[in-house]
Design a protein around this ligand. Structure first.
Ligand SMILES: [Zn+2]
Length: 376
């Protein structure tokens, strides 16, 4: 997977070092940890050694998580803080995820969140190597956004970004942050879009700049869409094409193909909970007599492709066994079983089963214009 924005992100990371001194500082600069006592804004600049001779940032050696195929399950360690949070959301529904960066190291961040004098916390902190600490249960209110209304309705995720320990966002942080976001979206039904997945800078009334210009939003949202749960708000499709209507002789087998574009926000993955299927509309099994190797009498096929990301198209291929002569108009609709129907496109295909005969048909129905959606 290549990200066109990736290089731009790294360049921005180089240019944006000074901006790291801002970001969440006005939240966290109230953190004057016991021993130190000084403001945390006195962050040392990154060591030149942290970069290669080519001038690009080199990610610190992984402290744990090895590279794995995304999406993967993440381990979350519970490290609860006894202070700086509310133990109930008072009935407010979680509808937002707010992304932050820490300015200070992971360790210092956790200390700050345990210090009642700081008055701040977040639900999660993601270390540079992808380690995740749950500091405040997502069912409880962390004090992360500076906006009580938003705190009540959001989960705050802090990404370690610290000149001393993690001078640039890591690939692992993008992936782990996305995986965490997907899990929270599934738990609370948070829509997968930039209205509901926002940066601290976008919180109404925010005086903060994080996650700042080095945070690559398109890259992050791409990952989120790769792991996003399927539900009524994320499962959408548009018609692309389908094979010509079939005309086959009784006793033979024909093939039907339908293509749909994934216009939703979640990726369709064959063999998983987000596998896209072509269904007989309304779960009708009226066409079971035509089924040849279908998934079920009302489910002709699953997607052919392994992975169909938003914007890509899926192919559904199934066979019909012509038995009794007749003309069958089969209504079709995409579905992710256990999650949601795709929008009803009025799609159908027609199978004409001719009496078995020895001469070739004079009018080959299959040569007619390709099948259309109703209403075209
Ligand atoms: Zn922040």
């Amino acid at each position: 997977m290549s990200f066109t924005t990736r290089m731009r992100g790294w360049v921005a990371a180089l240019l944006g070092v000074a901006l790291l001194l801002e970001g969440c500082a006005s939240t966290l600069d109230v953190v004057r940890i016991g021993g130190g006592g000084g403001p945390v804004a006195a962050v040392p600049r990154p060591e030149p050694a942290a970069r290669s001779s080519r001038g690009t940032n080199v990610e610190p050696a992984a402290r744990s998580a090895p590279a794995r195929a995304f999406p993967y399950d993440i381990a979350i360690e519970s490290i609860p803080t006894p202070v700086n949070h509310d133990a109930t959301r008072s009935g407010a529904k979680v509808a937002y995820i707010v992304v932050h960066y820490t300015v200070i190291s992971y360790e210092r961040t956790l200390r700050a969140f345990n210090n009642p004098r700081s008055g701040v916390s977040a639900n999660y902190v993601i270390r540079g190597d992808g380690k995740v600490a749950e500091v405040v249960s997502p069912d409880d209110v962390a004090w992360h956004s500076g906006n009580a209304w938003m705190n009540d309705r959001s989960v705050g995720i802090e990404l370690e970004l610290s000149a001393e320990t993690n001078p640039a966002f890591t690939e692992t942080q993008y992936q782990v942050g996305a995986r965490l976001t997907c899990a929270l979206s599934e738990r609370y039904g948070i829509p997968i879009d930039r209205k509901n997945i926002i940066g601290h800078v976008e919180v109404p009334g925010s005086t903060h700049t994080d996650p700042g210009p080095t945070w690559d939003w398109p890259r992050f949202m791409w990952y989120v869409k790769l792991c996003a749960p399927a539900n009524a708000s994320t499962v959408k499709a548009a018609f692309v094409a389908q094979s010509p209507f079939l005309s086959v002789d009784a006793g033979s087998v024909g093939t039907v193909q339908v293509r749909l574009r994934n216009t939703g926000a979640t990726t369709w993955r064959k063999g998983t909970k987000t596998e896209a299927r072509i269904a007989i509309r309304d779960d009708s099994d009226a066409y079971a007599s035509l089924a040849k190797d279908w998934l079920a009498p009302d489910r002709p096929a699953a997607q052919d492709e392994a992975v169909v990301a938003p914007g890509d198209s899926a192919t559904f291929t199934f066979e019909v066994r012509a038995t009794r002569p007749g003309r069958y108009t089969i209504p079709l609709r995409g579905v992710i079983d256990g999650a949601a129907w795709m929008n009803d496109l009025g799609m159908y295909t027609v199978v004409t089963v001719n009496e078995a005969r020895t001469e070739p048909p004079s009018d080959r129905g299959a040569s007619r214009a390709s099948g259309r959606r109703a209403g075209d």
